[in-house]
Ligand binder design. Structure first.
Ligand code: SIN
Ligand code: CO
Length: 390
């Protein structure tokens, strides 16, 4: 059966085709037992450990006597020791860690289960931990999200309200009013899909036992303004490279005497308009912009270079064990253009097929590489740490 027509337990027994047509970007979907026996991928202590690392993006959000506070990591043992260890209705808190898929292979594998949505739309896996009552408050997000429950339970409330006004002066986006339309108690392995802009409120429920951990599979949706300004930056670089296309100089052999020397004449405006109309772009330029922009690592991402190795040894190793993308790498393609972490290269034929497999599955089985250009490219990506030997 075609994958798009196969019912998926992950989607509550509907097909990816039906999910995309009826729910994606449109309405919420509650999925009981989306991942059977799922209790999470890491312990609260391991999550706190990640939040103590310099390169990891983390936040602690607290609600103290009804006032919201938010702090960014890295944190240390003292920060955690200062938080209440017993449920306290006057001091609730949660820890949130972004991009856990950059650090945990299991988290990256979990994201791969959602590859019925293009990788270019995927953002990251955020993991939250909260003792009883903790959460980030009633809010809405501008992007789609799957909220998968790990250990413990979370009460999710959703609202159909159109009033999206926010509490002024709060360090995070908290809705002023929240009218619950529906609520569900999610247990380990249950999942809630929410489209963008739908008001929601997740409250950790621990019954004095297991604290709550929620896994947010988040998507990115670039703002039009961001795309416009980034694209203009891309075009600026292109213009600087294409010196011959833009080599002319302003010319005015037809200049006539102006009444006001300080005035910019219509004639000058028209001439410059004609020069600027030479700036053009094709859908190929847009694709190259998108591939480089969407595969660009976030500012805090640092790749660890791999150990130097002879090219011949590298070839032998991948023929034996294959390759995989580094957990932090983003690889996309458009036609024969392959983008990885903001860089790109063109490949054709069987070399292109291999790179498509690597991009789609984040790994490539043991294979002997005959194309020297591809071998050199893979080797270069290996040395800088974009890919690893399996
Ligand atoms: C959480 O896991 O607490 C927050 C998820 C969200 O509401 O977006
Ligand atoms: Co949210």
């Amino acid at each position: 059966m075609n994958a798009k027509n196969k019912p998926l337990q992950l989607l509550g027994g509907i097909t990816t085709k039906a999910f995309l047509a009826e729910y994606w970007h449109k309405k919420p979907l509650l999925i009981k037992n989306a991942i059977p026996n799922f209790t999470g991928l890491l312990s609260p202590e391991e999550l706190a450990g990640l939040a103590c690392e310099d390169e990891v993006q983390s936040r602690i959000v607290e609600e103290i006597n009804g006032v919201w506070h938010a702090r960014h990591g890295p944190f240390d043992d003292e920060d955690f020791a200062a938080l209440p260890d017993q449920p306290n209705p006057n001091h609730r808190w949660t820890l949130l860690v972004q991009s856990v898929n950059h650090y945990l292979p299991e988290a990256s594998a979990l994201l791969q289960q959602f590859d019925f949505i293009p990788h270019a739309r995927l953002d990251d896996l955020m993991v939250s931990y909260a003792p009883d009552g903790g959460g980030v408050g009633p809010h809405f997000d501008s992007y789609d999200v799957f909220l998968l429950q790990g250990q413990g339970k979370r009460l999710w409330r959703i609202s159909e309200q159109t009033d999206l006004s926010l509490v002024e002066g709060a360090p995070l986006r908290i809705l002023k009013h929240f009218n619950t339309a529906e609520e569900w108690l999610l247990e380990a392995g249950d999942m809630l899909y929410l489209p963008p802009h739908l008001a929601h409120w997740g409250i950790a429920v621990t019954d004095g036992k297991t604290d709550c951990m929620t896994y947010s599979i988040g998507f990115r949706a670039p703002k039009q303004q961001e795309l416009a300004s980034e694209f203009l930056g891309f075009m600026q670089d292109k213009i600087n490279q294409e010196t011959t296309a833009y080599a002319g100089v302003y010319q005015d052999p037809d200049l006539t005497l102006q009444a006001h020397p300080a005035e910019i004449s219509d004639d000058m405006v028209n001439k410059v308009s004609a020069m600027l109309s030479a700036i053009q772009w094709s859908s190929q330029d847009v694709a190259t912009f998108l591939g480089t922009y969407l595969s660009e690592p976030k500012a805090d991402v640092v790749f660890e270079a791999n150990k130097q190795m002879k090219l011949a040894t590298f070839r032998e190793k991948i023929a034996k064990t294959g390759l995989c993308l580094d957990l932090k790498s983003q690889m996309l393609f458009f036609s024969n253009h392959f983008f990885i972490n903001g860089e790109w290269a063109d490949f054709y034929g069987t070399s292109a097929e291999r790179l498509k497999t690597l991009a789609n599955h984040r790994s490539l089985d043991a294979t002997s590489i005959e194309d020297d250009k591809l071998l050199q490219q893979l080797y270069d990506w290996y040395i800088v740490g974009y890919i690893n030997i399996r």
